[in-house]
Design a protein around this ligand. Structure first.
Ligand code: ASP
Length: 353
């Protein structure tokens, strides 16, 4: 018997219903925003952007930029982490996991918008990383506000106290200062002799505890947009009392952040001088490519560093292309923040060392 048109339409719909439901469930995984630390307003800003249809790259920029404007923990954006000369400098990076393009700025002066400057490098130059005054000049020439003083009353006070404390602690090692705050002369002595010097002559062998539970230093964020594309970004004003010219892990692709659409992404925070030697985020993404789950990949990357530098302090957060995430840390308790379609608001996850 010939079937009526309505019954054909109904059976066709029934046939495709599981498929449609599957697609819908798939769509609900995204977008996803993951960020180091409880930088909740930054995650909300990225979420608003990506939920309204922004690309992963643009949402990462919105999120990190919000953190810069809020000066998250005083360690992102202007007005924090004075260097030995009392000046704040910025490190930032953005990476597009679709094209593998990267834009980054390092030790950038006079411009407060680190992550926007990084995006300008990515979108409007064939370079990957610009440093120092060249980075500032480029950012200003492309329309960002500047030049401006990046100091704040807090950063100036912190620096004055440090000067009064004979510039201790600092990042120098194996040196003798002519005066309390330098100039410094290199010395080549055994550790025992150096320790004596340290006490008696103010020699700076001491290594500054770079970050503590109340001075989280870097926002490193990953966003998967509605299309399932992933981007990552980082912004920091680095290490307090660093030697002028120091570039941390923040603008180093594979170290502070890394993304590949085929696999997932990663963000890192902690002692960048150590961590950048291991490219932990590259390691995380490549481990996930080989089949590791985010948790195992994150733990593996951190333990590779800890084996060589047991005293290092740091953490990574990994997210795979399906939005599964996990963190791992060493030397401190780490927190990271997430927003995804199954959450009403940002959720903070705590990871123990
Ligand atoms: N990684 C940053 C730096 O070394 C600091 C941090 O994330 O804690 O510049």
């Amino acid at each position: 018997m010939a079937r009526s048109y309505p019954s054909i339409i109904l059976s066709t719909l029934l046939l495709f219903l599981p498929l449609l439901t599957g697609v819908e469930a798939e769509a609900k995984k995204f977008p996803v925003v993951v960020s180091t630390w409880p930088f909740i307003e930054a995650v909300r800003a990225a979420w608003r952007a990506v939920d309204n249809g922004s690309s992963a790259v643009d949402a990462v920029v919105e999120g990190c930029s919000a953190c810069e404007q809020l000066r998250c923990d005083g360690t992102v954006g202007p007005g924090g982490s004075p260097n030995e000369k009392g000046e704040t400098m910025l490190d930032a990076l953005v990476m597009d996991g679709v094209t593998m393009e990267v834009g980054a700025v390092a030790a950038m002066r006079y411009v407060k918008d680190g992550i926007r400057a990084a995006r300008l490098v990515m979108k409007h130059s064939q370079h990957t990383l610009l440093a120092g005054e060249g980075a500032s000049a480029f950012a200003i020439s492309m329309g960002l506000p500047g030049p401006m003083n990046l100091s704040s009353p807090e950063s100036v006070n912190k620096w004055s106290d440090w000067k009064e404390n004979r510039c201790q602690p600092n990042f120098r090692k194996n040196v003798v200062p002519a005066n309390d705050c330098g100039p410094y002369k290199p010395i080549d002595v055994s550790r025992e002799v150096l320790t004596e010097y340290s006490c008696e002559m103010g020699t700076a062998e001491y290594r500054l505890p770079l970050v503590g539970p109340h001075s989280h230093d870097t926002i490193s964020m990953a966003v998967i947009d509605k299309m399932g594309h992933i981007a990552v970004g980082t912004s920091t004003n680095g290490a307090t009392f660093k030697i002028p010219g120091r570039v941390g892990d923040g603008p180093i692709a594979g170290s502070s952040a890394y993304a590949d659409d085929e696999v997932g992404g990663c963000g890192a925070t902690g002692d960048g001088d150590i961590m950048m030697r291991f490219l932990p985020c590259y390691q995380v993404v490549e481990s996930m490519r080989q089949g590791m789950k985010p948790e195992k990949a994150a733990k593996d990357a951190v333990s590779r560093i800890a084996r060589k530098f047991p005293d290092f302090v740091g953490a990574v957060v990994a997210v795979d292309k399906n939005g599964s995430h996990a963190g791992a840390c060493h030397g401190w308790t780490f927190q990271y923040s997430v927003q995804s379609p199954d959450m009403d608001d940002v959720q903070v996850f705590t990871v123990l060392p």
